[in-house]
Ligand binder design. Structure first.
Ligand code: 13P
Length: 246
């Protein structure tokens, strides 16, 4: 049973509309109850819902993040994009960067590095996603892939106190599969060793649900979870938090 501060970050991806707001009442009640213990809840809805979520969470401690941002710190002609300044001014305090779904669409480590720098300048906390694909795992490349993603993604970034590293194996996202617990523990330890001085917070993401959380919470060197599918169901999301602490 853990007693430490744990972060539960809901990544809604490209889901949700104004009707979804009603489903948050349960979570709001839960966030005000003693049952939340030291859990910190952060929702990353699509951009279109950030201001509505913010209004909904007005009287509670649930925080908000965006799911990506443009690398430019300036306003400019970039149809369809928002930058970190705009995210911050919309009320978001976090941003997810380097998600594998965006890496697969061509986001490079270099681009992710620029985005992270811009997010830090805008005073956003960064949820920096890293993870290997199935073929990389099979070829025993996990460590070298993670090392490269960390090295290039965080290049020339000295202050890492506002960075959360989210280890999300690509083969685990949306598949129901999670790594073996001892393997995951070793990988988290490996990631921590990449950092000198103050360690960033480390999250795990990939098919986290109310059933497998009983196993995942055994990994004591984790600081929380980045949750996709299950986070859109308030009951499941609450169950994950409750089971982490019980
Ligand atoms: P799932 O929890 O749906 O596997 O998604 C994980 C994820 O990609 C969170 O960023």
């Amino acid at each position: 049973m853990t007693n430490k501060i744990m972060y539960f970050i809901a990544n809604w991806k490209m889901y949700g509309n104004l009707k979804s707001l009603n489903t948050l009442d349960k979570v709001i009640r839960f966030s005000k109850s003693k049952e939340i213990k030291k859990g910190r809840l952060i929702y990353c809805p699509p951009y279109t819902l950030i201001s509505s979520f913010l209004k909904k969470f007005e009287n509670c401690l649930i925080d908000i993040g965006g799911q990506n941002c443009h690398e430019s710190e300036d306003y400019g002609s970039h149809t369809g994009f928002v930058n970190s300044k705009m995210l911050k001014s919309s009320g978001a305090n976090y941003v997810i960067l380097g998600h594998s779904e965006n890496r697969q669409k061509g986001e490079t480590d270099k681009l992710i590095n620029l985005k992270i720098k811009s997010a830090i300048k805008s005073k956003l906390k960064v949820i920096f996603c890293i993870g290997e694909t199935l073929s990389e795992k099979k070829r025993k490349k996990t460590k070298s892939i993670l090392s490269k993603q960390i090295k290039l993604g965080l290049k020339k970034i000295k202050k890492k106190s506002n960075i959360f590293v989210a280890y999300e194996p690509v083969w685990s996202i949306g598949t129901g599969k999670i790594p073996k617990i001892d393997e995951l523990e070793q990988t988290v330890e490996f990631i921590k060793k990449k950092f000198k001085g103050k360690l960033p917070k480390i999250l795990y993401g990939g098919s986290v649900n109310p059933e497998n959380i009983r196993n995942l919470k055994k990994i004591t060197n984790l600081d929380g979870f980045l949750i996709g599918g299950a986070s859109q169901n308030s009951k499941k999301f609450i169950d994950i938090v409750k089971k982490t602490y019980n």
